[in-house]
Design a protein around this ligand. Structure first.
Ligand code: SPV
Ligand code: MN
Length: 625
């Protein structure tokens, strides 16, 4: 290490921490730690290895620093983010780009030198009076071609603690890379705290340096803005994947059990609040991961891994009937961080729609809370925040698939795209082939806004592969990378869409929440060609007989013909409108749309028009087979 680095580290680290840091011989890592200690100026520095003692230190620090407080159940703690710091800050999240570089208008950017100056000014002395935690993690399974070593600097013990639950420890992984400069770096500071929450929200920034693989996050605590390895690392990993020929996806990974002892792996991309975690957690199947996957071409197929090992999940609505496994885990002893929920006097927690007996008072993200409370703008304060979360290591879940640590990754049989769609797509459909699936399902994904998000309800938002918030490359290049992943493979995954949100003309749901368990089983059977599909203009849908049998076997329910027809009829006008909306976006808003996108969407449109001419606007599946 150079003289300046050595001087800073010797001065600012006690001998034990110095020994841990220099136990890893990596010059670039040492220089990075020294640079940000000097700039951020913490009062002390703690370096974490993978040891149980070091994990215990972080756990205790989170309580000592009052970023978390203990609940009555053993291992449970609660953390609060500031009232105005409850979600990802899209406006202040920017990619640093050299002058003149372009990545399209959906991605927020700032000129690199200007961004550096701004964020370095904010970081100056920001950790005064705070302890800095230096932590090592690994994205993806250890010792694998998927592994990406990471270093996190943060002055939040809550962030460090969350990462301990969510990511594989990486001190030893770092040792194995020696002096390699190839790792991701994160600098986070919560800034000045009052009542344990960040107060300088006006200086909240998430700035992403895709050339140096570094992300800076300031004056915020909410996990989506601060947990470096989660959505911040995704931007770096999407760049890296594009350079190296693989994919970083906003996807769960799960094993679906088929006949006999067969299990087939699926990945699934859904925008936030569209049932992604609950799908990956359904009863009877196995969870590998609920949020982020890396996918690679291998052995004539696609292999995937869960980038994480824990879940940072939405808690609103979790109830014993629909989420039996999570419900049980959230009510058992074990290390769980609840965030932005209501804490009652007896140290229990409550969230929106937990059950029908909400307590009348307690403490939540707004401070002391009581029924009818309004905030300073006169807006009613819910019992918990809509984006309130739980954080746990998946080892607390009985349905966790131990194959998640397989360093080879898992062979993916199917990829699922799902969004919130009240009137267009059928509940489940298989595409004709990889290219058709990527273009008409993944790259055409839309989701309707809900009452839970700001603005008007029911507005369709374009969200290709549910990854639009995290892209650090142009949409055209990203779609081209997706097309390439499955091209000419002998055994590519099948590509499906699901839609849990269909409504009838009166606004009633056409499906129950548990029906997704049937769609999963049908997709599993299709990946082995065990059942036939019915060809429609937009893909293959299930036959009534097959669903009838599955509804009976999986849910013990009678499935009626009328329901099938209502759910699976081809809605030609709505599908045509969707193709036109998507074509317009790729024509007008995307800089570098691959030509195949126009061709494949154009063919879909022609198929829809000829079906309409032959059979009318709404076509029963019985008129197709
Ligand atoms: C999501 O919103 O997609 C999440 C939570 O998984 S966050 O970490 O905020 O991205
Ligand atoms: Mn997510």
């Amino acid at each position: 290490m150079d003289g300046k680095t050595e001087k800073i580290l010797k001065e600012r680290l006690d001998s034990e921490q110095y020994k841990k840091l220099t136990g890893l011989e990596n010059e670039k890592m040492h220089a990075f730690v020294a640079q940000y200690i000097e700039l951020c100026n913490p009062s002390s520095v703690f370096v974490g290895t993978d040891s149980a003692e070091d994990l215990e230190y972080i756990r205790e620090a989170a309580v000592r620093n009052k970023e978390e407080s203990r609940l009555s159940m053993n291992g449970h703690t609660v953390h609060y983010d500031g009232y105005y710091d409850q979600a990802r800050d899209k406006k202040n999240t920017k990619i640093l780009l050299p002058e003149g570089a372009k990545i399209g208008k959906t991605i927020n950017t700032i000129e690199r030198d200007e961004g550096y100056k701004e964020v370095h000014d904010i970081l100056k002395d920001i950790m005064k009076g705070h302890e800095l935690y230096v932590r090592f993690f690994c994205l993806g399974p250890l010792n694998s071609e998927f592994s990406i070593p990471c270093i996190q600097l943060t002055d939040s013990s809550y962030v460090a603690h969350s990462e301990d639950l969510l990511y594989r420890q990486g001190y030893e992984q770092f040792r194995s890379i020696g002096n390699s400069p190839d790792f991701f770096k994160f600098v986070h500071s919560e800034g000045v705290l009052e009542n344990s929450v960040s107060v300088n929200i006006a200086k909240r920034r998430v700035y992403i340096d895709i050339h140096e693989d570094t992300v800076y996050s300031t004056n915020t605590q909410y996990g989506g803005n601060t947990i470096g390895l989660k959505k911040l690392a995704m931007r770096l990993a999407i760049q890296k994947a594009s350079r190296e020929g693989w994919l970083t996806e906003h996807m769960f990974v799960m094993g679906v059990n088929g006949p006999g002892k067969r299990a087939s792996y699926f990945t699934g991309a859904f925008p936030s609040m569209c049932g992604k975690t609950s799908t990956s957690m359904v009863e009877g199947e196995k969870i590998v991961g609920d949020d982020i996957a890396y996918l690679r071409r291998k052995n004539g197929s696609v292999y995937g891994v869960n980038v994480e090992k824990g879940i940072f999940g939405i808690i609103q609505g979790i109830n014993p009937k629909d989420d039996s496994i999570l419900w049980e885990a959230l009510h058992s002893e074990g290390e769980i961080i609840f965030s932005n929920v209501l804490k009652t006097e007896d140290g229990a927690v409550y969230w929106i729609d937990r059950d029908k007996n909400p307590p009348e008072r307690g403490v939540n993200h707004s401070g002391e809370w009581y029924t009818g409370k309004k905030d300073k703008d006169g807006v009613a304060v819910d019992i918990s925040h809509k984006n309130a979360r739980f954080t746990l290591d998946m080892k607390l879940l009985p349905n966790r698939d131990p194959e998640m640590e397989n360093s080879e990754g898992l062979k993916i049989s199917g990829i699922i795209y799902g969004g919130r769609d009240s009137d267009t797509c059928v509940p489940v459909e298989e595409s004709f082939n990889w290219e058709h699936g990527i273009i008409t399902k993944g790259a055409s994904l839309e989701s309707e806004t809900t009452a839970a998000t700001l603005g008007k309800e029911g507005v369709r938002v374009f969200n290709p592969m549910s990854n639009i918030d995290f892209l650090s490359i142009t949409i055209g290049r990203y779609v081209a990378d997706n097309l390439k992943l499955g091209k000419d493979l002998s055994d590519p995954p099948k590509v499906f869409s699901v839609n849990y949100f269909l409504k009838d003309g009166e606004g009633n749901w056409l499906n129950d929440r548990e029906d997704k368990r049937v769609w999963l089983k049908w997709m599993e059977l299709r990946t082995h060609n065990d059942v036939e599909g019915i060809e429609t203009p937009s893909g293959f849908i299930p036959k009534y007989e097959d669903l009838k049998a599955l509804f009976r076997d999986v849910l013990g329910k009678e499935y009626h013909r009328d329901d099938y027809v209502q759910q699976f009829q081809v809605r030609v006008p709505e599908n045509l409108a969707k193709v036109d909306r998507i074509l317009a976006i790729y024509k007008n808003d995307v800089l570098d749309t691959p030509e195949r996108v126009f061709e494949v969407l154009g063919q879909q449109k022609e198929r829809l028009i000829s079906a309409k001419n032959e059979k009318g606007d709404y076509i029963s599946p019985f008129d197709l087979s």
